[in-house]
Design a protein around this ligand. Structure first.
Ligand code: EPZ
Length: 430
């Protein structure tokens, strides 16, 4: 089983380049099958979730040509299948975007229901409610969503909850519906805007993405396009916290600073220096960092996907901090792992009370999910001694070249898959 082994204590210093946004790319890849013309997508992150999504697109009959590590050409004219294999939804939840894309284009889709995951039950009732509002007949049989529509007709719908996935999925289906669709209480995340911009580059007519009311005027068809994915807000935030927790000085390049405002504001609150440039953010950690309170919210609030990373940073700050997880019901599983490193956090329901400690000591810990895994790695880089993080497959789903990028900042970290390799690392770094 591959693991990360690291020796903590080095402040991270230098520059790191951020990859394309995984959660924008997943929606955009699904939407790329909504035309029969060539679609070229650039700045794709080379991470497992994206590669699984590309396999799923090929499996239903589209042609996928890898132009280079971060660029792909897709042509969906050969799609003969509107049923997505269970294998893909079990490996990545975002396969559910095929419902909106295939229903929009073919008025038919069959996609297995995504399971829950380690951070919560993750229902898709809002997605299905949106498709029904557009006139689709939706049934759930043998663990799969079966969607059919004679015609999709624009509707005025209100999302009971702010949902990134439901907003993107319904927006996709509505691009080829007849007439006007209005989505109220829509999600405003940067990746929702990126998917809307991508669809508009294919000839869709979407207005208001990034606000809580999105208007989609249906068009007859979508054409090919060339498009570059926005930088990953959460990867950038993860490296910003890595700079803070290790008391380093890191220039995070290829970002959109506006997308990082909630994260920058909190790092400034705890005492870090954060300097914004056109497409970069510099974070300088301070020897003494202070407590603050965090409440995760839909964008532009503090992102839930940054909750583990800011929590471990606060666990090494002075004073008591309170972190409230308002989006998912089970996103503090990593707290028990952090306790093995000396973290002092008490979780009651969706609230974590963090009593800052002076230092962590290295330990063997398990990554319970993607973002918590990344948080345990940056905690290990700030710890005294050696830390081993297991189950790193979660981390590789969403972070491209994670250990290489960290080593580029002076981290002593390696990916190992045997005790012998771990021993060699210990001997080498001493
Ligand atoms: C997306 O998940 C992201 N995943 C998640 O990132 C992210 O945490 C989440 O948005 C919130 O920002 C992708 O984009 C692939 P939601 P999604 O629908 O769309 C409830 C990562 O680390 N809900 O915005 O599934 C839901 O249970 C991942 O990259 C319903 O009740 O999230 C949650 O409590 C983790 N019914 C809340 O809404 C629905 O039909 C927000 O979920 C849909 C959602």
């Amino acid at each position: 089983m591959e693991q990360y082994i690291m020796k903590g204590g080095n402040p991270l210093v230098g520059e790191v380049n951020i990859s394309g946004a995984k959660n924008a790319a997943l929606g955009i890849l699904a939407a790329s099958v909504m035309t029969d013309e060539d679609v070229v997508i650039e700045n794709l992150p080379d991470v497992r979730d994206i590669n699984v999504m590309l396999e799923a697109i090929e499996e239903i009959g589209a042609r996928v040509d890898r132009i280079d590590r971060h660029t792909v050409r897709i042509n969906a004219s050969g799609i003969g299948e509107v049923s997505v294999d269970d294998e893909y939804i079990r490996r990545i939840r975002a396969s559910y975007y095929f419902i909106g894309a295939l229903l929009g284009k073919y008025k038919s889709a069959q996609v297995p229901l995504p399971g829950g995951c380690n951070i919560g039950s993750r229902p898709i009732d809002l997605h299905l409610k949106g498709f029904r509002a557009l006139g689709a007949d939706i049934t759930v049989e043998r663990g799969a969503v079966i969607a059919h529509a004679i015609d999709l007709v624009g509707a005025h719908l209100y999302m009971d909850k702010v949902s990134v996935g439901a907003t993107i999925n319904v927006m996709m289906a509505a691009t080829l519906a007849e007439g006007l669709t209005i989505i109220e209480n829509a999600a405003k995340e940067p990746h929702v805007v990126d998917v809307a911009n991508f669809l508009n580059s294919m000839g869709a007519n979407i207005k208001g993405a990034g606000t809580d009311v999105i208007r989609i005027r249906g068009v007859a068809r979508l054409h090919g396009t060339e498009y570059s994915i926005i930088p990953d807000q959460i990867e950038a935030g993860t490296f910003m916290c890595a700079a803070a927790i290790t008391r380093g000085d890191v220039m995070v390049r290829n970002v959109i600073p506006k997308h990082l405002e909630a994260i920058s504001a909190k790092l400034i609150e705890i005492g870090c220096e954060v300097i914004e440039f056109d497409d970069a953010v510099r974070v300088v950690g301070k020897p003494v960092q202070h407590h603050t309170n965090i409440n995760t919210l839909p964008y532009p609030g503090f992102p839930t996907d940054m909750q583990p990373q800011i929590t471990v940073t606060l666990a090494l700050a002075r004073g008591t901090s309170i972190v409230t997880e308002s989006i998912f019901e089970n996103r503090f599983k990593y707290v028990d792992e952090l306790a093995r490193m000396g973290g002092n956090i008490k979780v009651e329901g969706n609230v974590a009370v963090i009593d800052g400690v002076k230092n962590f000591s290295g330990a063997a810990v398990n990554a319970p999910d993607l973002r918590a895994g990344a948080a345990l790695v940056i905690a290990g880089l700030a710890a005294d001694g050696y830390t081993v993080v297991d189950e790193i497959g979660y981390i590789q789903r969403g972070y491209e070249c994670f250990e290489e990028k960290l080593r580029g900042l002076g981290a002593m970290i390696e990916k190992v898959d045997s005790e012998k390799e771990a021993m060699k690392f210990r001997l080498r770094v001493g």
